[in-house]
Design a protein around this ligand. Sequence first.
Ligand code: MN
Length: 304
Amino acid sequence: METKISKSAKITMKTKNVELVLSPPEPHFVGDGFRVHNFIPGGYRADMERMNPFILLDYGAKFYFSPTDSQRGVGVHPHRGFETVTIAYKGKVAHHDSAGHSGVIGEGDVQWMTAASGILHKEYHEKEFSKKGGDMQMVQLWVNLPARYKMSKPKYQSITNDQINKFELASEGGIVEVIAGEYKGTKGAASTFSPVNLFNVKMNNSGKADFSFPASYNTALLVLEGNAIVNKTEEVLTNQFALFQNDGEDFEVQSDNGAVILIMSGENLNEPIAAHGPFVMNSRQEILQAFDDYQKGKFGYLEA
Ligand code: MN
């Protein structure tokens, strides 16, 4: 195939172009606390193989929750074989897991939980937030683990907003918060098991930023506020998701009304994916093993 591409074609293929823009699919509730639009795998073209290592993206678009004294959220459930990354944009998410980790993900904070060999956890609205009520806006992204790390020890990175390095865009255009990976020399707060870039871009009216990732990296963006204009031509509106082709390295994003944009780009693990509910492994055999281990209590214990 390589020989059919002329040298001049290679040069013109430098830009990473938008492959498709998705409007949010119908939302569903995860437990009674998270009203999410599932973009990955989503049943469109952004399936796990296509998006690897980003194997799930649940987006909780801004949604008002009325005050309550009850605990809204999702009860004790297992995970194995990947990492869950939770970003709170509005509202507060609380968490407990069977490895003894717990915490509150406040606005602007990130929780990077490596389930790996297996944990039980529960995710719910923080108590005071529930009592007062308010807008919730959040993202949960599942980052696949390379086969050799799937059965490693669980790990937990609680990353508050002040621990996230920020790159200042030119002409007071805004900031790029580097959650993972690297942006123009600014290093990410989270450690990862394979090359993963995850940035929150907070852009002013005149904001403009350029990005460069290897052509083979699977790359997408989600617009949480405002609009994004990609490569001067493709407009991506609030709550829309744009998937990039694997055709080039560079793209540019600007906004004419200010924006909050989540950008993800990661190396495709190129390993088989066997997924069933909360378990994502490499073979059906490993999925059956996960069910067996879960039933035998090998994921530990967590009080409901
Ligand atoms: Mn979970």
